[in-house]
Design a protein around this ligand. Structure first.
Ligand code: SF4
Length: 398
């Protein structure tokens, strides 16, 4: 029997992939250890930015010193040259995510079948519905390391949701690389139908989407988000830039006015986004257009990414905006994001909401705003907003 640990770097999809390997090793009879030394370490890595690759390499080096065998999986494992000289006890598994659990478990060696119903040890469960991406944004390395889009069968997704509910997860987060590309034509499923049926699974208290491209915000999906009672009033819609020339250079599939028009029906939702600052085509005027669009679109939290060229992408050799300018613009956009969050939190004062408590003293309301409330972790409590703190809305049980 092998002792093992798993760890993920990066996004919710990376988390879901690490969970799949973890559950397979547990099902094969191996013993999970929290941290520290073990026979086996599995590291699901990220390569979305240069910094992410550096962090992945550091994590692998650390694990190689404390574990007998280290399996490097995930996006950075599929990026040529990311791990040039691995230590003798390090195996870089450059394979599609679907093949990872079987490959790693096969290499570790099965001991015997035990109870497979491993819990996630978290309040919310990330259920992967789709992988890969067939878009080709000029800056993005994901299609190169994850391949083209492919979807899980809707029946398998709904089965997993039922299993996660039975394990005690009140919140389900549908996740994927490009969620809106989810399709199960044989079963007649689009993302909109999946939202309706997933949200209606008995025991689901809250359903959330990890993110969706603005191109996929169809009337049908908007109706499904609005009409399914368990759906969280939060949506993450990457913008990347508010300037049409920059969006064209990024090979994004919308213009600034189209982005505005698509999110307009959801402006009461808590809309969060991603923006790349310092893309080669971005000058000061273009950046100002991004700032202005973030405000006009009613966005709140902005995840800011200073542009970092990725190997193998269309713009791999282009990085013309000086680091100091990227830093200054990123700071301005983060300051705006903080201000927009505070405005949304302010509007909550005196109101009540359902808060899913995911750690001691903190939880998230139905629109995924952070509320600070003293209640049992894992419970969904009604709370009243009584003030503001740096981390969120101050609240008491109502
Ligand atoms: S939609 Fe664009 S940014 Fe998103 S994963 Fe696909 S290629 Fe990358």
């Amino acid at each position: 029997m092998a002792s093992f640990s798993t760890r993920f770097l990066g996004c919710k999809v990376s988390f879901a992939d690490a969970q799949a390997v973890r559950e397979r090793l547990l099902a094969d009879g191996h013993t999970e250890v929290g941290g520290g030394a073990a026979d086996v370490a599995v590291l699901n890595t990220c390569c979305v930015t240069h910094e992410a690759v550096s962090k992945s390499r550091q994590a692998v080096s650390r694990a190689a010193r404390t574990h007998g065998r280290v399996y490097v999986t995930g996006c950075a494992a599929n990026l040529d040259g990311a791990f040039p000289n691995p230590a003798p006890n390090v195996t870089v598994v450059a394979r599609p995510s679907e093949e990872m659990p079987d490959w790693v478990a096969g290499d570790v060696g099965a001991i015997g079948c035990v109870d497979a119903r491993a819990t996630l040890g978290r309040t919310r469960a990330f259920v992967k519905i789709q992988d890969g991406c067939s878009f080709s944004c000029a800056f993005c390395v994901i299609p190169l390391v994850r391949g083209g889009t492919r979807s899980r069968r809707a029946a398998a997704v709904l089965d997993e949701i039922r299993r996660r509910v039975a394990q005690g997860h009140p919140e389900i987060v549908l996740t994927g690389v490009n969620l809106g590309c989810f399709r199960d034509p044989e079963a007649g499923f689009t993302l909109a139908r999946l939202v309706r049926e997933a949200g209606a699974v008995p025991g689901v208290r809250r359903l959330r989407l990890s993110s969706v491209e603005v191109n996929h915000l169809t009337d049908d999906l908007v109706s499904a988000l609005r009409e399914t009672p368990t759906v969280s009033a939060h949506l993450h819609v990457p913008l990347q830039s508010g300037d049409d020339e920059v969006l064209t250079a990024m090979a994004r599939r919308y213009t600034a006015p189209q982005f505005l028009a698509k999110v307009e029906p959801l402006t009461d939702f808590n809309l969060t986004t991603d923006v790349i600052v310092g893309f080669p085509a971005e000058d000061e005027t273009a950046f100002e257009r991004t700032v202005s669009l973030v405000e006009r679109a009613g966005l709140t939290k902005v995840h800011v990414f200073p542009y970092s060229p990725r190997p193998g992408t269309t713009t791999a050799d282009a990085d013309t905006v000086p680091p100091a300018v990227k830093k200054e613009r990123s700071a301005r956009l983060r300051a705006l994001s903080d201000e927009l969050c505070r405005r949304r939190w302010c509007a909550k004062l005196g109101t009540t909401d359902r808060v899913l408590v995911d750690r001691p003293g903190r939880g998230y309301a139905d629109d995924y705003t952070p509320w600070l409330v003293d209640a049992e972790v894992g419970t969904l409590v009604r709370a009243r907003a009584i003030g503001l703190a740096k981390e969120g809305v101050l609240a008491v049980a109502a």
